[in-house]
Design a protein around this ligand. Structure first.
Ligand code: DC
Length: 220
């Protein structure tokens, strides 16, 4: 049986930074499920699919072949044979992903891919529904969160470091909207699994959060 660590939480809580560090320490693969939803969103944006038309999203989703591979331990996302990894972390794609990920056909397709990966390998998988839906029997479940202001400031710093111009208030408003959509959608809303450990990283360093999860994995 593979060992499974599930990390869920809202946008900007630091899931990917933490999950990457934990996977490196343990020698597990890191599965960034948000990137899969983002690849699907990129496909829908490129096809000019109307976000309010759920049957158009379902139909288009059937034509998006999304697969994952690893280069030097880093996850690569392929969309219909094209490596789109570098195109996924924009606000436009993230906002579209938050809308299109509410579609049950999109979710069914990507959850199947995620479960197949976790059945084969020891994984640290992050997302919104990993502990509640994708890997309900995960050995360790963490719900990683931080205050809205803190998450907005982190995303702001990340975008500034990349040289993108951005506005802190706009990012905070986007985060609030995204939280609202992710937590209130009908299919697999973001919520803490009953058996997940709550970690609030607002006043914790990356190293402290990583150490806490490694210690849970050693007990788990
Ligand atoms: O973690 P992220 O910002 O890359 O995720 C982008 C969007 O994808 C997010 O708004 C919600 C959605 N998502 C999801 O619904 N389920 C997941 N397991 C991962 C992401």
């Amino acid at each position: 049986m593979s060992f499974q660590i599930a990390i869920d939480g809202p946008a900007g809580a630091g899931k990917s930074t933490i999950a990457k560090a934990v996977s490196k320490k343990l020698g597990y693969i890191y599965v960034d499920t948000g990137a899969m939803y983002r690849a699907m969103a990129l496909y829908l944006l490129r096809q000019h699919v109307d976000v309010s038309d759920s049957s158009a999203i379902s139909a288009a989703a059937g034509n998006a072949d999304i697969t994952i591979s690893y280069v030097d331990g880093a996850q690569q996302v392929m969309l219909n044979g094209e490596n789109v990894t570098g195109l996924l972390r924009t606000e436009e794609v993230g906002n579209m992903a938050s809308v299109s990920s509410a579609n049950p056909d999109v979710r069914a397709k990507l959850v199947e891919l995620q479960q197949a990966l976790a059945a084969r390998e020891n994984v640290v998988m992050d997302g919104r529904d990993i502990g509640t839906c994708v890997l309900p029997k995960a050995d360790v479940k963490v719900y990683l969160t931080a205050s809205t202001q803190c998450r907005a400031k982190r995303r702001y710093d990340e975008l500034c470091a990349k040289g993108e111009s951005c506005d802190l208030d706009e990012i905070e408003a986007d985060i609030r909207d995204r939280d609202e959509r992710d937590m209130t959608r009908e299919v697999s809303p973001l919520r803490q699994a009953e058996d997940a450990v709550l970690v609030d990283s607002s006043d914790m360093s990356i190293e402290e959060v990583v150490a806490e999860i490694i210690s849970l994995a050693q007990k788990g």
